[in-house]
Design a protein around this ligand. Structure first.
Ligand code: ATP
Length: 297
């Protein structure tokens, strides 16, 4: 739920680009002020680039300020470079909190999270967030043209690169059909896009950003079958060659994952493939029946 809340989604998608996105910087800095506790260290440790996308959580626990019960407790986890991990669990299990900690919107109350062997608290925030790409459930688009929205992923990108990313995100056809193509204004007063189109733009933006780690909060809202197929194709292309951590709501996603993490009450209670967990985890069996019961591949 954390990532569905507008401010966090906005922050997550753009925070890594704040320094570069001069035009929107003021608005973004206002948003960043909502989390004043999290700051870059005075002498940041340089992150070896390119990042391998190797993530380790050691005994990580986290309690939201003012809360009595931890949202995450005793997390030990090693996510290897290029691994595809899907996170499942009932509402309130801590799935969004896990992503929020990886993006360093909060620091663990206990334990440590490292990226490529570096404690993420020792890294420059902008460096950390340039490595982490988030595609949120409700992608945030800004007023401005399609091209400007895509360039949040890479302000320097040429129109050729925008076209390639749009193509890979199954978005080129609909963009070209807009009244002014890539120059079409979005947002208030501009063109309204469908949910599936917004998701594909967010995926194109993430492709341009080219992050080593992809954090994805899969949409729960139903798309029509054609839109669903296009989004799925775009996501498959986006995940190639990067570590991906997906809050999964679809059967196709959990089947494609190298490993599923089952969260319950802030704890990692089981891990394995879909086939393994169906036989070994009663909670997973229950969730799978609820969430994917009606789905076929
Ligand atoms: P959902 O599937 O409903 O999105 P989730 O598995 O993502 O749930 P989280 O949103 O991570 O779960 O929430 C974990 C726990 O932390 C819940 O008890 C929730 O109420 C609490 N929580 C989440 N965000 C905050 C917040 N900003 N402040 C205080 N408590 C929070």
């Amino acid at each position: 739920a954390v990532l569905a809340a507008g401010a966090i989604a906005t922050l997550a998608e753009v925070a890594g680009d704040v320094q570069r996105a001069a035009g929107a910087a003021e608005r973004l800095l206002e948003l960043l002020d909502t989390q004043p506790a999290i700051q870059s260290p005075a002498n940041p440790h340089p992150l070896p680039m390119p990042s391998k996308g190797d993530i380790v959580l050691e005994s990580v626990s986290f309690t939201y300020p003012g809360r009595a019960i931890p949202a995450l407790e005793g997390f030990d986890l090693h996510i290897k470079p290029g691994e595809r991990v899907a996170v499942v669990g009932p509402s309130g299990a801590g799935k969004s909190t896990l992503l929020a900690l990886l993006l360093r919107f909060y620091d663990p109350s206990q334990g440590r999270i490292s990226l490529d062997g570096c404690d993420i608290r020792s890294l420059e925030l902008a460096a950390l967030r340039s490595v982490m790409g988030l595609v949120a459930q409700e992608p945030v688009l800004f007023s401005g043209s399609v091209a400007e929205n895509l360039r949040y992923g890479d302000p320097e990108a040429s129109i050729e690169r925008l076209r390639t990313a749009a193509q890979d995100a199954s978005a080129l056809d609909f963009i070209e059909a807009l009244p002014q193509g890539f120059d079409t204004p979005l947002g208030p007063g501009g063109v309204q896009l469908s949910g599936g189109q917004r998701q594909r733009l967010a995926i194109a933006r993430a492709l341009l950003k080219n992050p080593a780690v992809l954090l994805l909060d899969e949409a729960t809202s139903a798309l029509d079958a054609e839109s669903e197929r296009l989004v799925q194709q775009a996501l498959d292309r986006l995940m190639v060659g990067r570590t991906s951590i997906v809050i999964a709501h679809r059967l196709a996603t959990v089947i494609a994952a190298d490993r599923l993490l089952v969260l319950d009450g802030g704890k990692l209670i089981a891990a394995g493939t879909h086939d393994e967990l169906i036989t070994t985890s009663p909670l997973y069996r229950h969730l799978a029946a609820l969430q994917f019961g009606g789905e076929t591949l």
